[in-house]
Design a protein around this ligand. Structure first.
Ligand code: DC
Length: 211
């Protein structure tokens, strides 16, 4: 498969299996991989560290503008408080504008697989292939609950996730939505291997068509 400078956009809601899939596709295609959610998570983390409110546009934008690549490797970017902060800063237009350039530069150099919410709609509208990876709300809540070691009630995880999905899909700027030319991949009934195979099939068909 011709992978040189190819952009593969992997968008979709939380815990749909985007990260696992995108990482594997990148390794298989020999492309760099960027988990763009980390940019929003690290921005939210900086706001929390400063004792500010992630929903405060000025505090959130200032944090996004002082973000450094090293912040993305922090080990404290996951968990309920970080999920919430990331989703709040992600709704701030100034934050999205500040993070856009980094994502584009990352992909333009050597091509890339990027996962996120707006890769196919905003960051790379000309992406070679756009996958919109989804799964039922129930399946996604079960996966996130398992990722957290089964701690706490499943219903709580499901409610947190529903609130975050609603915020990600309902915001004014770059809301979570499939690009018109994205191919839908529903992983509700697929394990990681089956999702990978299905995605490779979609990519092969697309690349052949545009070759
Ligand atoms: O993929 P994730 O759960 O790590 O993303 C964290 C938050 O960042 C999520 O609530 C949505 C937001 N996000 C976004 O708005 N745009 C992206 N490209 C990636 C993530």
């Amino acid at each position: 498969m011709r992978a040189a400078r190819m952009i593969v956009a992997v968008d979709g809601p939380a815990a749909a299996g985007k990260g696992t899939l995108a990482r594997r596709l990148a390794a298989h295609l020999g492309l760099p991989y960027l988990d763009t959610g980390l940019l929003y998570r690290a921005t939210g983390r900086l706001v929390l560290d400063a004792g500010a409110d992630p929903a405060d546009p000025a505090a959130a934008e200032a944090a996004a503008r002082r973000l450094r690549a090293a912040d993305l490797s922090r080990t404290d970017l996951r968990g309920p408080a970080q999920d919430d902060a990331a989703s709040k800063v992600a709704a701030v237009p100034g934050v999205r504008a500040a993070l856009l350039e980094f994502q584009r530069r990352f992909g333009e150099e050597r091509g890339a697989v990027l996962d996120g919410r707006d890769i196919g709609t905003v960051v790379f509208p000309q992406a070679t292939v756009k996958l919109f990876v989804t799964a039922s709300a129930e399946a996604r809540a079960r996966r996130r609950h398992a990722e957290r070691g089964g701690q706490g009630p499943l219903a709580e995880v499901a409610a947190e996730m529903a609130a975050r999905d609603a915020r990600d899909a309902g915001r004014d700027v770059a809301p979570l939505a499939p690009a018109p030319d994205a191919v839908l991949l529903d992983t509700t009934a697929l394990d990681a291997e089956a999702a990978f195979r299905a995605a490779l099939g979609i990519i092969a068909a697309k690349v052949k068509l545009s070759a």
